[in-house]
Design a protein around this ligand. Structure first.
Ligand code: CA
Length: 245
């Protein structure tokens, strides 16, 4: 099997070298870029399995790179881990809102970073956690896990791996309310470091992508979120589950 390819976008040569060394030691193929502009070019050219993206870059900064990757046609689904300076919580929230899947804060240990990379790759390659991969039809929303594809009103929409898992998980249990904690643990995976309110950011993004059907994801005040239970005849393939949590 060909090794998985990672593009690292980082302007500090020392950090870049450490990242490259540690990832290559784990068997990954690593391509590097030292600016946002170069990073975008390398990602388009290399079509990597994952992008490691420093936020503080000269010229086109990391948030901009993230935004452009998500809106570009060919690489819009690539998993992205942001690297942020410690304490830049607002950048983290912004970055996740722009479609990054995870983040690490400097200073990080190479071991932690490699674990994060592996976890995200696992998550993005297996979009389903506890569901057999099968097509789910919920009214206007059709989820095809095998093809990693979501259709809304018959039109393909692009979701990040995290958004995909979140929508897939909620839609797999219509009518059932999940807390933010449960969504982090069950939908996103226990490797996630997504803090509580970041779930809200992902949900907001998912809602935007299923427009004009954003109300299919209901906010249950004080508890969390649920995928709206549709009446029979909507093509639902799972009955609602009754088990309480
Ligand atoms: Ca930097």
């Amino acid at each position: 099997m060909a090794s998985e390819k990672i593009v690292v976008i980082e302007d500090e040569p020392d950090i870049l070298e450490v990242l490259q060394f540690n990832l290559e030691r784990e068997g990954f193929e690593v391509k590097t870029a030292s600016s946002g502009t170069e990073g975008l070019q390398v990602v388009e050219r290399e079509e990597p399995d994952l992008v490691l993206l420093d936020l503080l870059l000269p010229g086109v900064d990391g948030l901009d790179v993230c935004r452009r990757l998500r809106s570009s046609s060919r690489q819009s689904n690539v998993p992205i881990i942001m690297v942020t300076a410690k304490g830049e919580e607002s950048d983290v929230v912004l970055g996740l809102g722009l479609g990054a899947d995870d983040y690490v804060q400097k200073p990080f240990s190479p071991k932690e970073l490699v674990a994060r990379v592996k976890a995200l790759l696992r998550r993005s390659q297996q979009p389903t956690l506890d569901e057999a991969p099968k097509r789910i039809v919920r009214g206007p929303v059709v989820i095809e896990p095998e093809r990693h594809r979501i259709l809304v009103d018959g039109e393909k929409r692009d979701f990040t791996p995290t958004e995909f898992r979140l929508l897939h998980f909620l839609a797999s249990h219509p009518g059932r309310v999940f807390s933010r904690d449960q969504l982090v643990n069950r939908a996103i995976g226990d490797q996630a470091v997504v803090i509580d309110r970041n779930i809200d950011v992902h949900i907001r993004s998912v809602r935007k992508k299923i427009e004009p059907h954003r109300d299919l994801i209901e906010t249950v005040r004080g508890i969390g979120y649920a995928f709206r239970e549709l009446s029979s005849g909507d093509g639902a393939t799972h009955p609602a589950e009754a088990d309480p949590f």
